[in-house]
Design a protein around this ligand. Structure first.
Ligand code: MRU
Length: 336
């Protein structure tokens, strides 16, 4: 069994720490990264040693607990953690939730208890998403997914990947098509590693090959996660998702988004209001430290894109399935 993606450790000698499975080293090495300060955790978030919207929320919550356990300035630590990456709403809300609990109570241990509660809730949400998502999977399904939405990115067994796993366990999955997910290859490195670990039959493909598979009738369902869902149902997810949704619509293939309700952000009105993280040019112009494009090449490297609600067949959360989500149905969902 590989170590968990994230755990809290309170060592009598070394003191409190957030221990991460360093995702930058997967799949070739399973190495833990020990963060003993919020600043180290911020760096781990920015380098994607820990990543994925719901897991970032959990990490941010434990980061505030770490600041509390070390007697640091909670507000300052929370500010740095929350702004480590801008797009996944869970990071800011996870941090804010634990900070609010700690400052309201003032009791030692409250921050850690709240972070643990958030972690447990996200684990439970994963089971709900799996059960509801399974209702959309036909027998013999060939499912295509993008990026990484398993236990490395979400509580429990994941969001979109939890649905894949449920389909596999129910005997309904023929094949999982995994987009490699340029430029940081979360699909090829992480989703394929998780699929292999669970015995899921899978094939990795270059992102640009997905429409070819669709045209050949080899895809029954596209299932992806989300980093932020605006009030109008627009979905920010890993760059490449929007193109997949357009191709799926052209080929009349259901396009399903799976995310916990914590990823729905009623304070962001629409897709245009979602802040998209822009990452370093070197992630595009180099590969594993080797120069690909001529030195000095400019690169366009948005980490996420936005899929409009009209391209989304269904949104699966832990409380059920919203077919063709709208602002009204999303608002009802949050009220449940
Ligand atoms: O940049 P990342 O790896 O943190 O991106 C997040 C993602 O893994 C995806 O966008 C995912 O589909 C949604 S988060 C489970």
């Amino acid at each position: 069994m590989p170590p968990p993606a994230l755990r809290w450790r309170d060592d009598a000698d070394a003191g409190p720490a957030v221990v991460l499975l360093d995702q930058t080293r997967l799949p070739t090495a399973e190495v833990e990264l020990v963060c003993t300060t919020p600043a180290q955790l911020v760096e781990a978030i920015q380098t994607l040693a820990v990543r994925g919207a719901p897991l970032l929320g959990i990490a941010g919550g434990y980061g505030v607990a770490l600041a509390a356990a070390r007697g640091l300035d909670l507000t300052a630590a929370a500010r740095e953690l929350a702004r480590a990456r801008p797009t996944a709403v869970n990071l800011a809300t996870g941090v804010a939730r634990v900070l609010a609990a700690a400052t309201t109570s003032g009791e030692p241990g409250v921050a850690l208890a709240e972070a643990r509660a958030l972690h447990a809730e996200e684990d439970a949400a994963s089971a709900g998403m799996a059960a509801h998502g399974l209702t959309l999977v036909p027998d013999g399904a060939r499912i295509l997914t993008h990026c990484n939405t398993g236990a490395l990115a979400v509580g429990g067994t994941g969001s979109a990947f939890a649905v894949v796993l449920a389909a596999h366990h129910a005997g309904r999955l023929t094949r999982l098509w995994i987009d490699e997910t340029r430029p940081l290859l979360q699909g090829a490195r992480l989703t394929a590693w998780e699929a292999a670990g669970h015995g899921v039959p899978y094939t990795v493909l270059p992102d640009c090959a997905a429409p070819v598979l669709m045209a050949a009738g080899q895809v029954d369902l596209v299932v992806v996660g989300a980093d932020r869902i605006a009030a109008d149902g627009s979905v920010a997810n890993k760059i490449g998702t929007y193109g997949l949704a357009v191709a799926a619509a052209h080929h009349r293939i259901p396009f399903v988004v799976v995310a916990p309700r914590t990823t729905v952000d009623p304070t962001t009105p629409d897709g245009a209001a979602i802040v998209i993280e822009q990452r370093a040019a070197s992630e595009v112009t180099t590969l594993a430290g080797r120069q690909l494009a001529p030195a000095g090449s400019a690169a366009f490297n948005p980490a996420f894109d936005v899929t409009p609600p009209g391209l989304i067949t269904a949104l699966v959360t832990e409380v059920g399935v919203l077919h063709s989500p709208t602002a009204d149905s999303l608002s009802d969902l949050l009220g449940r």
